[in-house]
Every structure is written in structure tokens, then in C-alpha cells.
Design a protein around this ligand. Structure first.
Ligand code: ADP
Ligand code: TRP
Length: 321
């Protein structure tokens, strides 16, 4: 079974990225042949600063390795080190109906937010389809917001196979229901673009301040809160604390007597403790950039060997060779 996923180097990674995508992806590396990459081509649709892209790319690599990606088990690489994927994108664009791309939620959401779209943003799902299909991927672990993109990949692969004969494996998205959408500090989906994130490797003081600043309602500590399970701090605590600990806080909130300040303090402490081993690991990796670059370049050679075979198959199928 081949497992593939990617993440854009478009800013510091946050709890939504970690629990929605990285943690499931890291766990899956035990279950099959995993290919994970840093989607730097995709980041070009929305980030226009070369230095920032370079730095973010290194940061994402450090974050993933620190969180447990094992380069002995997993092929880990930069998307742009496999330029074959851009050629496959072209082949796929020619069987991709305009209407399919026009229906993409993430594209429509960005337009609705006033982003002035470039062609790359519109064509984004086709590059993503090429990423997935070029490695004959079976399973794609992603957060719920990416589900539609994987479904579009399936449609594009089926269309190509119907047009030119069996060429691509049809992939399946894999979404963890319990963490499908991690809420941000304002209760909306946590996202770099909403400015509501809690970073995985945030600075201690700044992150404490962020968490203590989460706005709650104005009920007094004594008041019983029958909706305790909907409380944002409880939802975030569920990600990092053992079940009985969460239940303890939830019960105290429901009964009345627990102040929101104490709850947020507990949330910070659990968050900080949860990522402590990864934080130590990351501090070591920062001092070894050559090691990180070597991991990515070895990953790229393995990925490229596979990608060129699939591309060749597709070129032959459609009569370019
Ligand atoms: P962002 O919305 O912050 O820009 P990305 O689109 O780069 O995040 O997402 C990278 C990965 O993390 C994707 O697989 C996505 O589904 C997952 N992800 C991002 N935010 C969340 C969230 N709030 N909850 C669950 N998964 C998320
Ligand atoms: N679009 C994904 C995101 O923003 C990143 C990505 C690019 C990806 N190519 C992929 C994810 C292929 C899974 C498979 O999160």
C-alpha cells in the first residue's frame, strides 16, 4: 500500500496541521510505503517571497522530522525536486473539465475572501492530482478541507484512464473523523489564513499569552455549564490530554466552580508538555541543516525514480511516445 501526502510551506505549522494531517501521516508510515513531500510549487499560488519560501521549506522539514517522520521508513522530499510532476500536470489538465475546477470549494472560498486569483490557484487541484497519481498512491491522509481535492484527483484519473486506457491507480482520501477539523482560537477552522492558529513550536511566552487570550462567554465560574463539551478549550484539550483528565475538567465545568482562566492554564500546560519531546528533537535538528538537506535529497532521488516511470507510462498512453 502506498501512502502519500503533502503540505505547503506557507507559514508556521499549527495544531490543525499536526492533528489533521501530520500525526495521522506519521502513524501511517508504519503501515505501508509512505511518500511525504513539501508542496513548494503549490505555495507559489499564494506566497510571493522567495526568502520566505526557502525558510518555510526548511521549517516544515524540521517540524516533520521533529514530530517523528522517520526517513528510514518514509520517502521525504521537496515537490520541486521532482519536476516530472509539472509535465504530468499538463497531461492531466487536458482531460480536466473546466466545470470541475470551477466547483472547487477552496478556490471559491479564496475568491469570496477577496483573493485575486492567478491561473495557478485555479489549476491547483490538477497539480495536486499529478502529485498523487505520479506515485501510484493508494491512500492520501489529509484534513477534511482537502477531501474534495482528492475526489477531483479520482475524477481526473478516471477520465484519463477512460480516454487513453488504464494508466493510473485510483486513490482514496483518508480522514480521521475525530480530528477532521481542529478549531482555531476564534472557533472557526484553525488556518494560517485566518490568523487564529496555535503553532506547534510556538514561543512559550507568546503561546501562553495566545491561549490565555482565548475569548469565552461571560458566565461566572460558579454557574453550571451544561454545554461544557462544546467549550473551545475542552475541544483543544482533548487533542493533548488523556481522556480522564479531559473528563475531569469537563465535569467541573458542567457542575460549576471551574473558572475559564484555570481551564486555559491547564490547556497551555498540556499543550506545552505534549510537544516537549518533539521540541527537544527540533532544537537538535536546527543545528544540523546538512543532515536535513541530505534527507530531502535522498528522498528526492527515490521519488524521482518512481515518478519518471509513471510519467513515461502516461506519455506512452497518450501517444507522445
Ligand atoms: P492552512 O489552512 O493553515 O493553510 P493547509 O491548507 O496548508 O493549512 O493544510 C495542510 C494540511 O493540514 C492539510 O492536510 C489540511 O487538511 C490539514 N489541516 C489544516 N488545517 C486544519 C484544521 N484546522 N483541522 C484539521 N486539519 C487541518
Ligand atoms: N493542497 C494540500 C494542502 O494545502 C497540499 C498538497 C499538495 C497535497 N499536493 C498534495 C496533499 C497531494 C495531499 C496530496 O494541504
Amino acid at each position: 500500500m502506498r501512502i502519500l501526502s503533502g503540505i505547503q510551506p506557507s507559514g508556521a505549522l499549527h495544531l490543525g496541521n499536526y492533528f489533521g494531517m501530520m500525526k495521522p501521516a506519521i502513524e501511517l508510515q508504519e503501515k505501508g510505503e509512505a511518500f511525504y513531500f513539501i508542496a513548494n510549487y503549490h505555495s507559489m499560488t499564494s506566497l510571493f517571497d522567495a526568502g520566505e519560501r526557502r525558510q518555510n521549506t526548511l521549517d516544515v522539514a524540521l517540524d516533520f522530522l521533529a514530530c517523528g517522520l522517520d526517513p528510514k521508513k518514509t520517502v521525504f522530499f521537496k515537490q520541486s525536486d521532482v519536476p516530472e510532476v509539472t509535465e504530468l500536470t499538463w497531461l492531466l489538465t487536458t482531460v480536466t473539465p473546466m466545470g470541475l475546477l470551477e466547483r472547487a470549494h477552496s478556490y471559491k472560498d479564496k475568491i469570496a475572501k477577496g483573493v485575486s486569483p492567478n491561473h495557478g490557484l485555479f489549476a491547483y487541484p490538477v497539480l495536486m492530482a499529478a502529485d498523487i497519481l505520479i506515485y501510484d498512491s493508494n491512500i492520501v491522509p489529509v484534513g477534511r478541507d482537502q477531501k474534495q481535492h482528492v475526489e477531483m484527483t479520482r475524477d481526473i484519473a478516471i477520465k484519463f484512464n477512460e480516454t487513453y486506457g488504464q494508466t493510473f491507480v485510483i486513490p482514496e482520501p483518508q480522514i480521521r473523523d475525530e480530528v477532521a477539523v481542529v478549531p482555531g482560537m476564534d472557533g472557526q477552522k484553525m488556518s494560517k489564513s485566518y490568523g487564529n492558529t496555535i503553532e506547534i513550536f510556538g514561543d512559550e511566552k507568546a503561546t501562553r499569552k495566545k491561549i490565555m487570550g482565548i475569548v469565552m462567554d461571560s458566565r461566572t465560574p460558579q454557574e453550571p455549564k451544561p454545554d461544557a463539551d462544546k467549550n473551545l478549550a475542552i475541544q483543544l484539550l482533548k487533542l493533548e490530554a488523556p481522556r480522564d483528565v479531559v473528563k475531569g475538567y469537563e465535569d467541573r465545568l458542567r457542575a460549576g466552580g471551574l473558572g475559564y482562566g484555570d481551564l486555559k492554564k491547564a490547556l497551555f500546560d498540556h499543550y506545552w508538555g505534549y510537544f516537549a519531546p518533539a521540541r527537544t528533537q527540533r532544537a537538535e535538528l536546527v543545528t544540523a541543516p546538512d543532515y536535513v538537506n541530505q534527507v530531502l535529497s535522498e528522498g528526492a532521488s527515490k521519488a524521482r525514480a518512481m515518478a519518471s516511470k509513471t510519467l513515461k507510462r502516461a506519455r506512452v498512453a497518450c501517444g507522445l511516445e
